[in-house]
Design a protein around this ligand. Sequence first.
Ligand code: AMP
Ligand code: MG
Length: 281
Amino acid sequence: MSVPSLRERLAVGPGRVDLGAIDPSATPGVKSRRRADDARGQLSTELGDLQERLWARSQCEGDRQRVLLVLQGMDTSGKDGAIKRGLDGANPKWLHLASFGPPTDEEQAHHFLWRIRRQVPEPGMIGVFDRSHYEDVIAVRVKGLAPEDAWRPRFEEINAFERQLHDDGVSIVKVMLHISRDYQRERQLRRLERIDKRWKFNEGDLDDRDRWDEFMVAYEEALERCNTSVAPWYVVPADRKWYRTWAVSLLVVETLRALDLRYPERPELDIEALRARLLAS
Ligand code: AMP
Ligand code: MG
């Protein structure tokens, strides 16, 4: 019996998404913290190796492949930690990171995908979105920033956009970091109490917390409506940091593994002649 990949385990299935049925403290695919931590060394080496191949192919073969990791989750779900530790081993030179907060006046004047399109990673790069266009069907919906007839059509627009990216070589990995409401309270309390965390405290996050159930409904519908074969959604239980870090790493690595990233052979080089030239120099 073959072991399912983490992508298979964490993919939201077709049909209804019920976040209430997914335990945020579960650890699917790994038995213990020790095993997860042990695996991370090897994962980071592999990530670095695959990332270099991806870049090399874009440089020498005009390969347009790239990866885009989209991170979504409630406040304190661990997006920053996932970026810091989940991508261990990656060369920052070939990472493209973009964070999306409330739109600026300029962004607001454009279509909601305008600011997103500008941050799509170039061929050979690994892109990371810290929040994304999904805020335009989640935060916008829950906070009533646009009427339903404005945000609802966005599900289809997003699917068309992601299909376009896919057709242009972008492997999209969409991750929802799924925490419990209790875990969030604990983390938000810690932010108030600890001076090294307080800088992150934002009272608006408590307003979001008060609308937890509405956020979950909005997440569920976004995951359901935009879970396509070209851009699947994964739900990562995130109440345990070690699990979340391990899972994000492995989801990215599995995505890269599936790309068959052979080093470019560079047939245009006359190896013999170049070797002779070097030896004579
Ligand atoms: P943080 O991730 O802590 O930097 O917080 C970013 C905040 O920006 C969150 O409260 C998001 O909900 C909010 N945000 C991001 N994108 C949008 C958007 N398109 N419309 C409204 N709020 C957004
Ligand atoms: Mg925040």
